[in-house]
Structures are given as C-alpha cells and as structure tokens.
Design a protein. Structure first.
Length: 294
C-alpha cells in the first residue's frame, strides 16, 4: 500500500497519493459500512480503506519521535486499517473511524514493540503488588480529599518515591498516553511534556511511551474479558487471577461451596479463554506472562 521505491521522498509522494481520495461524510460512511458488511463487495472495501488512509497518517505522526521511519509506521497502520475493515460491525453504533483508530494504533504499537525488543510485557510479582496497592492508596487519599502525590503514596506504602513514579508512568490511567502529559517532574507531578522528552530522542522515554500505551490497552482488554465471566468465574478471577494475594484454592472452594480441584479446573479453563481473548486483541504479541501470572 506504501511504495517505498517512489523516488527520493516516498512519504511525500504517498501523501500526495492519499490526498486524491475524498473523506466520507457520516451518512456516507454509515451507508458504505452497512453495505460492505452485508454484501462484502471488494470495491466497497477498497472505498472504505482509501477514504481513511489520511486517518492512518494522522495516527502514525503521533509516533514520529520513536526513531522509526514514518512511512514504516504508516504501512503498519494501514494493516490495522485493513483489519478494522474486516472486523467492523456497524450495528454497535460506533463510527468506523473511531473503531479503526484502535486497530491502527495496535498494529503500529506492535511494530514499535518488535523494534524496541519489548515483547515481554509482564512485570514482577512485586511490581504487580505495588500497582494494585498504588491504585487503592490513590483512591483512598482522593476519597479523603488529600492530594495523592508520589511522595505521600510512597510513604504510606513504605516504598521508594522513585518506584511510585515509575509505576505511575508505566501504568498511566486512561485509554491512551497523552504526549502532552508531564513526566519526570517532582512530587506535584509537574514537569516537561512527554512530547518534549521524545523530541530529545530519549530512549527511556520512548520505552515508557510504548509500554504505557500497550499496558493501558491491555488493562482495558482485561476489563472487557472480566465482563464476559459468570458470577462464579468472576469471583475466582477477582480472588485469584487479579488479587494482591491470591486466595488458596481450598479457601476459595469453601467460599463457593465446591472442591479445590473444581476451582482449579474452572480457573484453568478461564485462563485458556483469557489467552484466546488476548491473542485476538493483541495479535503477534507474547502475553504469556500476563496469562500465567509469571
């Protein structure tokens, strides 16, 4: 889709090419997506893709400071756009562009992860414990009307302030990382914008951005998975897979009035289901550490 041999400025030539395709109005998009889902006419599929090529460029430019050729990011984003075209369901009531952005980012991030040798996204048990306690302590302080600074949280949890800063950075809340978010500041959370740090070519900031955005999407995907569980599975999920200190199978079985072995079987089946869910949401990424808890 991107011609890397298109002269000395392939990206400029590509921009000129995609500018030929008009954008769709909301009504045109709705009609086109519904018709494509119904008829699967390749011409409609091409029309849907070409009318959103500029969207891929826009998303790819958000990652231009990652020291990866922008045209490579566009190529990966185009693959995400193709995937979105095949997966989109207009009956969900979401605009195609809003849905496609998620897959465009996912494919770009997969490429960035591969190029930064950060495929393994699992953290240590100590880091996971800090993450859960951090969220709880932050919520507790905010509920009391107290500003949850890194220094105050660190003191209450008896850890180093630097550890809280790192974890807050890696596991920044929200659906995506803001490139204008302050990083590296003091206890008041103020500091230089992430976009400014990235402009300096700081390797650690690049790693932070990729890890934080993927982890944000991962947490969103885990919440989606939890919503698919029945009441008993959800209880096992909350007290075993996502707990600070997992409840022993025997104690969990007593609470659910089933045997420990039955608990183990349900948990194993649930984790297999989780693996399939994550493989579908994050194609190509090694997320075994998340599934196994290692």
């Amino acid at each position: 889709m991107v011609d890397s041999q298109a002269g000395p400025d392939p990206f400029g030539a590509y921009l000129k090419e995609v500018g030929r395709y008009p954008l769709l109005t909301k009504e045109e998009e709705k009609e086109l997506t519904e018709r494509y889902v119904r008829d699967r006419d390749p011409a409609d599929g091409r029309h849907l893709v070409t009318s959103n090529l500029r969207l891929v460029v826009k998303v790819a430019r958000d990652y231009k400071a990652m020291r990866i050729p922008l045209i490579d990011l566009v190529q990966e984003g185009n693959l995400g756009l193709l995937h979105a075209t095949e997966k989109f369901d207009p009956e969900k009531g979401v605009r195609f562009a809003s849905y496609a952005v998620w897959w465009i980012k996912a494919y770009i991030l997969r490429h960035l992860v591969a190029n930064h040798s950060m495929v393994k996204m699992g953290t240590t048990r100590a880091q996971r414990k800090l993450f859960y306690n951090l969220r709880k302590e932050q919520s507790r302080l905010e509920g009391l009307g107290i500003k949850a600074t890194n220094k105050r949280i660190a003191a209450n949890l008896e850890v180093e302030t630097a550890e809280v800063e790192l974890m807050r950075g890696r596991l920044a809340g929200g659906h995506e990382v803001s490139f204008e978010a302050p990083v590296g500041g003091g206890e008041d959370g103020e500091g230089r914008a992430l976009s400014d740090v990235l402009a300096d070519g700081a390797g650690n900031a690049e790693e932070w951005a990729v890890r934080a955005e993927i982890r944000s999407q991962l947490l969103h995907s885990l919440n989606e998975f939890a919503d698919t569980l029945d009441a008993r599975q959800r209880r096992i999920w909350d007290l075993r897979s996502r707990a600070d200190d997992p409840l022993p199978l025997r104690a969990l079985g007593e609470e659910l009035d089933i045997s420990a072995e039955r608990c183990r079987q349900i948990e194993a089946r649930m984790l297999r289901k989780l693996r399939r869910h994550l493989d579908n949401a994050f194609p190509g990424l090694d997320l075994s550490a998340v599934v196994t808890g290692n």
